[in-house]
Design a protein around this ligand. Structure first.
Ligand SMILES: Nc1nc2c(ncn2[C@@H]2O[C@H](COP(=O)(O)OP(=O)(O)OP(=O)(O)O)[C@@H](O)[C@H]2O)c(=O)[nH]1
Length: 169
């Protein structure tokens, strides 16, 4: 893996595992930027499982909001980076009342200048029926636009389904 890789897929499509596989194929240590926040016991369990299953050599950074700052700091270490995931970051931005366009523009400005290999994971949330509430529709549109914008500048884009990668770019 070199440059910027975007890995999309539905829930439990194997996207996180694929991203870890790509990053750990490079010499470690590696930086894992987690954007998830544990709001309930179920999420706490999920996170604990992820942490327990991660190989030695990962340095975990938990950053729900300031992804640009976390990526800049990780870039300065010279270590390959995995961001899991863009979708929760976007959710956190919206829930925090931050301006989505401004935050995503800052991310899109930063990405092309990064010098370390970066894998970004995102949930493909646009394949189901149209959500019946406005916030969910807005969220789906923001996520779709963000994925398009990142895909445009990415070196490689994968779509995961049933644990298998489809190479889109
Ligand atoms: N805060 C925090 N979150 C973590 C950590 N490790 C993993 N996560 C989060 O766990 C989430 C991914 O877990 P799952 O929900 O099991 O993955 P999924 O998207 O359903 O499934 P896959 O498509 O198989 O990846 C990501 O959003 C990560 O941010 C950690 O150490 N700290």
């Amino acid at each position: 893996m070199k440059g910027l890789t975007l890995i999309l897929g539905g829930a439990r499509s194997g996207k996180s595992r694929k991203a870890e596989e790509l990053v750990t194929a490079l010499p470690g240590p590696w930086v894992y930027i987690a954007t998830a926040q544990a709001f309930d016991a179920e999420m706490q369990d999920r996170i604990r499982l992820h942490q327990g299953g991660r190989a030695d050599g990962w340095v975990t950074v938990e950053e729900p909001l300031d992804l640009v700052a976390a990526l800049s700091r990780a870039n300065a270490t010279g270590r390959p980076v995995l961001v899991d995931c863009l979708t929760l970051w976007l959710t956190n931005i919206i829930l925090a009342g931050r301006e989505v366009e401004g935050e995503t523009a800052r991310l899109l400005d930063l990405l092309p200048g990064l010098t370390v290999p970066v894998a970004l994971v995102g949930n493909e949330v646009g394949l189901g029926i149209v959500p019946d509430n406005r916030l969910s529709r807005l969220f789906r549109d923001h996520a779709g636009r963000l994925h398009q914008d990142i895909a445009r500048i990415a070196d490689k884009v994968l779509f995961m389904a049933a644990g298998l990668p489809m190479q889109l770019k």
